[in-house]
Design a binder for this molecule. Structure first.
Ligand code: NAP
Length: 294
């Protein structure tokens, strides 16, 4: 039977962890005919061909999008505007254009700076899944299975483009939800961007100490669990911190007030304060864990 959502040619700009995992999943679901990969480094694109992640390489973004019915931008946030500018002259009016960027207002702003009017085919998106690794070698087809993907359509996004983007992520096993752009950025600042800042800042603060070698030698499971995400790509997180700076800075300020209260309670031996904080946090974390397992 003819599947109206089947992708004939997908052009993937940025063949890394997220883009590579997306096309691996689509291939596994038999939801795509051909995948054209585009990026700056030929060697990593050749690896992607060898791994069977993409079918062919086209390093010029303007040429890569020609003939595609789906274009996915999976580059760092800081590269989005340059890629929009590169593809704008050759992008067809019928194509669905989406991205996977971790903050959404900045991507829409980048698109607005390039297109006089946002294309009807443009549907910003963000898969809520990832690892601390980067590059196509780290990609795997199951990354999005059972995970959420948030679409943040613009006022110009057509129903057809939204439906096609939704279908693409559903084919990867993801659960697709829609959200307002500002709400997405506020929620993600709290659940993802703030924890990454805390992990980076904790590891960097300990690494600066004279006894850092000894500290890391004796670090156990708690340290490993809490700091895994500090191994994430610095460029990507630099871009996210700048792209979502307002929401992130407010949360960091709020968090540092709470940290100061915690420090005062520890210094003064305020046992009730400490017990209350830990108990409430454990209850909230246990509730989240239970919900996440459902
Ligand atoms: P990644 O593994 O480093 O992949 C990024 C890819 O983009 C690389 O293959 C890189 O290849 C290419 N690239 C970089 N700059 C480019 C440019 N100017 N033009 C064309 N290609 C370029 O990173 P990722 O983790 O997949 O992240 C990609 C996007 O996904 C980011 O926007 C990020 O915010 C979002 N995201 C990440 C996660 C996560 O946990 N990692 C989760 C959700 C969303 P070349 O160097 O060869 O160009």
């Amino acid at each position: 039977m003819n599947d109206p959502f089947r992708i004939k040619r997908l052009c993937l700009i940025g063949v890394g962890l997220i883009g590579g995992s997306l096309v691996r999943a689509l291939r596994k679901a038999n939801a795509v005919d051909e995948i054209v990969g585009c990026g700056r480094q030929r060697a990593s694109l050749e690896t992607a061909v060898k791994l069977g992640v993409i079918d062919r390489i086209e390093q010029d973004p303007a040429k890569a999008v020609v003939g595609a019915d789906m274009v996915v931008l999976a580059v760092p946030l800081g590269a989005m505007q340059a890629v929009f500018a590169a593809i704008a002259p050759t992008l067809s009016a019928e194509v669905v254009l989406t991205d996977v960027g971790s903050a959404k207002a900045s991507v829409v702003e980048a698109a607005k700076n390039v297109f006089t009017e946002l294309p009807a085919g443009f549907v910003p998106g963000h898969p809520i899944a990832g690892t601390e690794k980067s590059g196509v070698e780290a990609s795997f087809a199951e990354l999005f299975a059972g995970r959420r993907v948030i679409l943040t359509p613009t006022a110009q996004s057509s129903e057809n483009a939204i439906a096609r983007t939704r279908a693409m992520w559903r084919a990867c096993g993801a659960q697709v939800v829609e959200m307002d752009i500002a709400h997405h950025d506020a929620v993600l600042a709290a659940t993802s961007h703030l924890p990454h800042m805390l992990a980076y800042s904790l590891v960097e603060m300990l690494a600066r100490r004279d006894d850092s070698e000894e500290i890391f030698d004796y670090a156990a499971g708690g340290f490993r669990d809490f700091t895994r995400i500090a191994s994430s790509d610095p460029t990507m997180w630099h871009d996210i911190a700048l792209a979502n700076r307002d929401a992130l800075a407010s949360l960091l300020e709020q968090f540092s007030v709470d940290l100061q209260k915690l420090a005062a309670a520890a210094r003064e031996g305020d046992s009730d304060y400490l017990k209350n904080i830990f108990t409430r946090a454990k209850q909230a974390r246990d509730r989240y864990e239970k919900k996440d397992r459902r």
